[in-house]
Design a protein around this ligand. Structure first.
Ligand code: HEC
Length: 233
């Protein structure tokens, strides 16, 4: 009987990585262990994504709904299966927003519940260089890394402990990605193609913007982090 009881998890936005690098997301989301499963959750502009996997990281079929609290609104949305993901559409939802989500899933015939929360993205005052970088980001990089640097269906969040300064992706790695793209190594998005249309000097502006956004959102140079998932590669 106890096995059928719902597991309720409360996670802050970065706690999942701090505790268990092996349970890191494959799509840049937050990850919670819920009974026999790992549940990954991400907010996109216009909806949410959920992935349920077993401890061997194999996708597991699930159904259910999500209750979203955002901008003073409460919204119940059904999750639809879309490849490996479950998706819920919520047109007004912004990836930059403060969002609380309660997932009520059925996995292998049993109820599984998980709760996630993210803070609103902080937009700091930007230096002229970072401001110029924000403009280029909004023209080229946002398509994959998201309007709020929180990722999209095509690329990972850059507001992520993996990419914090001092966490193994130093400035030279960021500049190299801007110059050449990046081969897929952390996530399941595939390769980052070489960005087109970057003018000389704009790489430094982009770096300034990304670092300013990270610093304003708790991913500064001093932020301690467990980078065990990265070290395993
Ligand atoms: C077409 C989609 C796409 C675009 C456009 C894109 N990226 Fe990426 N980017 C990715 C993907 C996918 C990855 C993750 C690769 C991995 O580690 O699996 C990535 C990774 C990165 C990384 C980490 C690189 C590493 O070596 O780990 C940085 C930094 C980055 N992107 C910055 C940018 C910037 C800045 C821009 C705009 C100039 C940009 N990206 C445009 C898809 C994209």
């Amino acid at each position: 009987m106890f096995k059928t009881l719902t597991t309720l998890l409360l996670l802050s936005s970065t706690a999942a990585w701090a505790h268990d690098g092996a349970a890191a997301g494959q799509f840049g989301g937050q990850v919670a262990a819920a009974g026999d499963w790992h549940v990954e959750f991400a907010v996109r502009d216009g909806g949410v994504r959920v992935w349920v996997r077993d401890h061997g990281d194999k996708p597991v079929a699930a159904t259910g709904k999500v209750t979203l609290l955002a901008g003073g609104q409460k919204l119940d949305v059904a999750l639809k299966s879309d490849g490996e993901a479950l998706v819920a559409d919520a047109a007004a939802l912004q990836s930059a927003a403060k969002v609380t989500a309660v997932l009520a899933l059925t996995v292998a015939g049993k109820p599984v519940s998980a709760r996630f929360a993210q803070e609103a993205v902080v937009k700091p005052a930007l230096s002229p260089s970072a401001q110029a970088g924000a403009k280029v980001f909004g023209e080229i990089c946002f398509a994959c890394h998201g309007t709020a640097l929180r990722g999209s269906d095509a690329g990972p969040p850059l507001l992520h402990p993996y990419y914090a300064p001092g966490a193994g992706h130093g400035d030279e790695v960021v500049l190299a990605a801007i110059a050449n793209g990046a081969a897929s190594h952390h996530w399941k998005f595939g390769d980052m193609p070489k960005p087109e249309g970057i003018k000389p000097g704009q790489d430094k502006d982009l770096l300034a913007y990304i670092r300013a956004m990270q610093a304003a959102n708790g991913l500064g140079a001093a932020a301690p982090m467990d980078h065990s998932a990265h070290a395993m590669h």
